[in-house]
Design a protein around this ligand. Structure first.
Ligand code: B16
Ligand code: MG
Length: 216
């Protein structure tokens, strides 16, 4: 991506800032196993960036399993309990490579940063890893009506930053998130996930490879 100039950055959380995607996978895997639903890391690609509710729907469809609304809600709760239990020890060392450097670089250049995550645990996670103060704007799964792949989460972020989508780079690790950002009119960098490198405008294997100087 050449010759574009931007005024703000929007970050996905799980898989871009923090290495929590595997924890999500293991928690879902434990639910799938309970119902003898075959579920592996490739199946999990479809879940990345999707809301908790949509993720469970996909898993149940994979196994052709039908359950009551009550059981569905119990499973959502159980998955979240297992997930939260697995990230209790999360700390700054779980930030993905290049995150702190880029947030500091953005701060020093007065480029505002926002979070655009599907997770309802986003605030708690940012605080566990100690980077809350870097974000001017936080949009998470509690604040949107339409989750990714709908662009709402990023459009709300842009609105709150006071910028238009074509003034912002979004960093994403999931197909659903790249679609959300592209449909919203943002520039999108795919981070670390080779499965989505062709859907985005550009690919970096980690944020260490992204040089903000080229875009401001
Ligand atoms: P929660 P992101 C997404 O976060 C995750 O990629 C996805 O795996 C998860 O199901 C979703 O958040 C909901 O998370 O259960 O914590 O509300 O990648 O959009 O930051
Ligand atoms: Mg993600």
């Amino acid at each position: 991506m050449r010759n574009i100039k931007i005024k703000g950055l929007l970050f996905d959380l799980d898989g871009v800032l923090v290495s929590t995607e595997h924890n999500h996978f293991l928690a879902w895997k434990s639910i799938a196993d309970q119902y003898q639903i075959p579920f592996d890391e490739l199946d999990n690609e479809r879940l990345k960036g999707m809301s908790r509710v949509d993720s469970l729907k996909i898993i149940l469809q994979l196994g052709d399993v039908w359950i009551s609304e009550h059981e569905f809600n119990d499973l959502l709760h159980l998955k979240n309990e297992r997930y939260l239990n697995s990230i209790r020890q999360l700390s700054q060392k779980d930030l993905l490579p290049g995150v702190l450097a880029l947030l500091n670089q953005a701060r020093s250049k007065n480029i505002p940063c926002g979070l655009g995550s599907s997770s309802k645990n986003a605030k708690a996670i940012l605080s566990l890893v100690g980077i809350e103060s870097y974000f001017d704007v936080l949009i998470d799964g509690n604040m949107v009506e339409h989750p990714k792949p709908h662009p709402e989460v990023f459009l709300n972020g842009a609105k709150q930053l006071g910028l238009s989508p074509n003034q912002i780079i979004v960093f994403e690790d999931a197909e659903s998130g790249v679609k959300a950002a592209k449909d919203g009119g943002f520039y999108v960098f795919a981070v670390g996930n080779l499965h989505i490198q062709n859907s985005a405008d550009a690919f970096v294997s980690s944020l260490l490879e992204f040089n903000l100087d080229e875009y401001v």
